[in-house]
Design a protein around this ligand. Structure first.
Ligand code: TYM
Length: 341
C-alpha cells in the first residue's frame, strides 16, 4: 500500500515557504493515500529550543495542518516525541548509515558553518532520525520542499543498505525481499523553493537574514502581509508573457511562483494574465490573493491554539494510532537485527 509521511520541525515560526512547499501540498494527497503528518519536535532540539517556545510552536504547526485542511479523523497528525519508536529506529539507522554520508549533507554544512566541533551530535545524525520517521511507517511518498531532497536521498540509501546488510535475516524471518521501501520525494508545483522577498537568491526562512521583511509568516496579519509584498525587491521591467522570460529574474520568478501556488495555477497561466503588466499592478493583486488565502487560516490557527485542549487530544489520538503502526515495524526490526524480545 502507498503511504505518505511528512514533518515540520517546531524550531521557528511557520512561514510561506513551509506552507507552499509542504503544508498546502499535504491536503490533496489525502484523497489518494493514507497520510501521516508529524510535528517533529525531536528534530527541533538538535539546536537549542526554549521549552515554552517549543510547546507553542508544536501547537501552531498542528493547528496549521488542521487549518489548511488536513483531516485528523481519517489521517494521522501527531508529534514525534510521543512515539518512542522514532528514536529507537534512528539508533539502528545510526549503526547502518556511514559518517561520510552525514558529513556530505549540505544543510549540516550550512548550519554547522566553520564551527562544526561545537554543534550537537544530534544535528549531525539528524538525517538518520528523518529516515526513521519515514521508514517506521514504510511510507512511499514524502511531500517536501526542494531543500529536503538530499535528506530524502539519504533515507533511500539507508533503506537500501539495511535491506542489503540484513538480507539473509529478512528472508529467514519471512519479511519479504524489500523490507523497507524506497521512499519517493514528492516535490511538485511552482513553489517548491520559495525565496526571500528581499533577495531572490536566498531561500525564505526564519534565519535567512536580519530583515523581517524577507519572510511572510503564517501568523502575519493582513496589513503586514500586504506591506511585505509591496516592499518586496523586484526589477523595473514588466512581467513577461512566457515562463522563459523569467530566467535571470529571480525576484520576479519568485513572486510569480508564489502567485501560481496560492491560486493553484501554473506559472504560464499567471503570465498569460499578467504578462506585459508592471509590479505596480501585480503586487497589489498578489497581496490580495495572499491575504485571502492566508487570512482565514491564520484566524483558524489562532482559534485552535487559544485553547489547546482540542489539539492535545488530536495529537494524543494521532500518536496512539501512529504507535500501533510503528510498533509493528519495530518488532520486525528486532527480529531482523537479532534482538531478543
Ligand atoms: P523544515 O521544518 O525545515 O521545513 C518544513 C517543510 O517546509 C519546506 N520548506 C520550504 N519549501 C519551499 N520553500 C522554502 N523556502 C521552504 N522552507 C522550508 C521544507 O522543505 C519542508 O518540507 N527535515 C525536515 C523535517 C522532517 C521531515 C521528516 C520531512 C523531519 N522528518 C520526514 C519529511 C519527512 C525539515 O527540517 O523541514
Amino acid at each position: 500500500t502507498n503511504r505518505v509521511f511528512s514533518g515540520i520541525k517546531p524550531s521557528g515560526d511557520l512561514h510561506l515557504g513551509n506552507y507552499l512547499g509542504a503544508i498546502r501540498r499535504f491536503v490533496p494527497l489525502q484523497q489518494q493515500y493514507e497520510c501521516i503528518y508529524c510535528v517533529v519536535d525531536m528534530h527541533a532540539i538538535t539546536v537549542w529550543q526554549d521549552p515554552a517556545d517549543l510547546r507553542r510552536r508544536t501547537y501552531e504547526i498542528a493547528a496549521a495542518y488542521i487549518a489548511a485542511g488536513v483531516d485528523p479523523k481519517n489521517h494521522i497528525i501527531f508529534n514525534q516525541s510521543q512515539v518512542a519508536e522514532h528514536a529507537e529506529l534512528a539508533w539502528v539507522f545510526n549503526c547502518v548509515a556511514r559518517m561520510g554520508w552525514m558529513a556530505r549533507m549540505t544543510q549540516f554544512k550550512d548550519k554547522a558553518g566553520k564551527n562544526s566541533e561545537n554543534v550537537s551530535l544530534g544535528l549531525f545524525a539528524y538525517p538518520s532520525l528523518m529516515a526513521a520517521d519515514i521508514l517506521l511507517y514504510k511510507a512511499t511518498h514524502v511531500p517536501v520542499g526542494e531543500d529536503q531532497k538530499q535528506h530524502l536521498e539519504l533515507a533511500r540509501d539507508i533503506a537500501a543498505k539495511f535491506n542489503h546488510d540484513f538480507a539473509p535475516s529478512i528472508a529467514a524471518n519471512g519479511y519479504g525481499e524489500e523490507f523497507f521501501p524506497q521512499p519517493e520525494p514528492v516535490i511538485t508545483g511552482p513553489a517548491t523553493r520559495v525565496m526571500s522577498l528581499r533577495d531572490g537568491t536566498k531561500k525564505m526562512s526564519k534565519s535567512e537574514s536580519g530583515s523581517d521583511m524577507a519572510t511572510i509568516y503564517l501568523m502575519d496579519d493582513a496589513d503586514t502581509i500586504t506591506r511585505k509584498i509591496k516592499k518586496a525587491k523586484t526589477d523595473a521591467d514588466a512581467l513577461p508573457s512566457e515562463a522563459k522570460g523569467l530566467e535571470n529574474r529571480a525576484e520576479a520568478a519568485n513572486l510569480v511562483g508564489i502567485y501560481a501556488a496560492l491560486s493553484d495555477r501554473s506559472v504560464e497561466a499567471v503570465l498569460a494574465e499578467f504578462g506585459g503588466q508592471g509590479f505596480g499592478t501585480f503586487k497589489p493583486a498578489l497581496a490580495e490573493l495572499a491575504v485571502s488565502v492566508l487570512g482565514p487560516q491564520a484566524a483558524e490557527m489562532r482559534r485552535l491554539v487559544a485553547d489547546p485542549g482540542e489539539i492535545e487530544a488530536i495529537l494524543r489520538q494521532g500518536a496512539d494510532r501512529a504507535r500501533e503502526l510503528a510498533a509493528r515495524t519495530m518488532t520486525e526490526v528486532h527480529d531482523i537485527v537479532g534482538f531478543i524480545r
